[in-house]
Design a protein around this ligand. Structure first.
Ligand code: 5GP
Length: 202
């Protein structure tokens, strides 16, 4: 038997550097897999179908909900986003750790279904710094900036529901902190049943 993998849920307001951090995690933990979400939003320049997201129509997304193929889903900034259930279950059963980059609403839905998951909130050093970062992304329109900031304020008000808070001031420090959290969680006795058996105590 293999120990089930760790479900690692990372939420952060947009502009916090979450995607970069998640990518770094996947390349540093050979046993970790990134859960590619489904979304109804249009791809941004450079985004690849099946790698960054599965870009689908609203109709396709609704079919997935109907067929109960999503572990969770949420409407974020006017678009649907969801986590494919099959990938999640399959990898956890095989002992692979799965990293999810999802919003606060989706994370709270998973908290009920997967109480053993770990919930990490990645926050900017301050709200004004986040505002600066979002405005600096020139492709964002005024309306988008306003919507993202309102949502960010709401999301940051939900930090209390998470297990860990990591401040992303410098990416390398935030990464070290997240890595330490994962290593510590994986060493917990209540996640080590198989390792204990292998100690051959009897
Ligand atoms: P973006 O469009 O900037 O890539 O993502 C917008 C927001 O949607 C981010 O907060 C991201 O974490 C969230 N998101 C991405 N995938 C999922 C998902 O599968 N489920 C939920 N609930 N949120 C997601």
């Amino acid at each position: 038997m293999t120990e089930p993998g760790l479900l690692i849920i990372i939420s952060a307001p947009s502009g916090t550097g979450k995607s970069t951090l998640c990518r770094k995690l996947i390349s540093n933990f050979p046993s970790a897999r990134y859960s590619v979400s489904l979304t109804t939003r249009a791809p941004r320049r450079g985004e690849v179908q099946g790698k960054d997201y599965f870009f689908v129509s609203k109709n396709e997304f609704k079919q997935k909900i109907k067929r109960d193929e999503l572990a969770e889903w949420a409407l974020v900034h006017g678009h649907y986003y969801g986590t494919p259930k099959d990938f999640l279950k399959r990898n956890l059963l095989r002992g692979k750790d799965v990293v999810l980059d999802i919003d606060v609403r989706g994370a709270m839905k998973l908290k009920k279904k997967y109480p053993q998951a770990i919930f990490i909130f990645l926050a900017p050093p301050s709200f004004s710094e986040l505002e600066r970062r979002i405005k600096w992304r020139k492709r964002n329109s005024e309306a988008t900036i306003k919507k993202r900031l309102t949502n960010a304020r709401w999301e940051m008000g939900r930090i209390g529901s998470y297990d860990y808070l990591v401040i992303n001031d410098r990416l390398v420090d935030a990464f070290t902190q997240v890595k330490s959290i994962i290593v510590a969680e994986k060493s917990k006795v209540n996640r080590s049943e198989e390792k204990i058996k292998k100690l051959n105590l009897i």
